[in-house]
Design a protein around this ligand. Structure first.
Ligand code: FE2
Ligand code: FE2
Length: 166
């Protein structure tokens, strides 16, 4: 199994796209199914965001100054997603805003993931060697079990709040 940081993050993105598609397919179905899928989406996003915020972004910012603007924009996009995730976490699937909010979350995350994959991950791959990317990936693998799994977990909440208050 690869420990390359970009490969790992793209695997997460793939899983997100699968969950997003499943949600869209469930739009006409029972609310309980949408609730279940959103729970999975929130977990996937919370873990992924944590690993990027804690490891990938600060490391890349330090090592590849060229993509600093992309990283700063990414933090802002994560922040918008964090707010939506937190709101969804407290919402029932039969709320009239549930599907609309999830749809906006999905649109935002897809846009963000596209930018990562198309615009700046390739620059990072070019700038960093294989070993460096594997080291960063290994750090994310090691941190993953400690990552928060819901937007209301203290570690996740603190990040979102810091972003507002700082
Ligand atoms: Fe990201
Ligand atoms: Fe990502």
């Amino acid at each position: 199994m690869s420990t390359d940081a970009i490969v790992l993050l793209k695997e997460d993105h793939k899983e997100m796209r699968r969950l997003f598609k499943a949600f869209q397919d469930a739009e006409e179905g029972p609310a309980s199914e949408r609730q279940k899928l959103v729970k999975q989406i929130l977990e996937a996003l919370t873990v992924h965001t944590y690993l990027e915020n804690e490891v990938m972004y600060p490391e890349v910012r330090k090592l590849v100054p060229d993509v600093e603007d992309d990283i700063l924009e990414s933090y802002e996009e994560h922040h918008v997603a964090d707010v939506l995730c937190f709101e969804l976490f407290t919402m029932d699937a039969d709320d009239e805003r549930f599907t609309a909010k999830t749809t906006v979350l999905i649109e935002n995350v897809l846009h963000h993931v596209e930018e990562e994959e198309q615009e700046w991950f390739p620059k990072v791959r070019e700038a960093l060697g294989r070993n460096q990317l594997q080291e960063i990936g290994q750090r994310m693998i090691d941190l993953r079990p400690k990552a928060p799994k819901t937007p209301a977990a203290p570690k996740a909440l603190k990040k979102s709040l810091d972003a507002v208050v700082a």
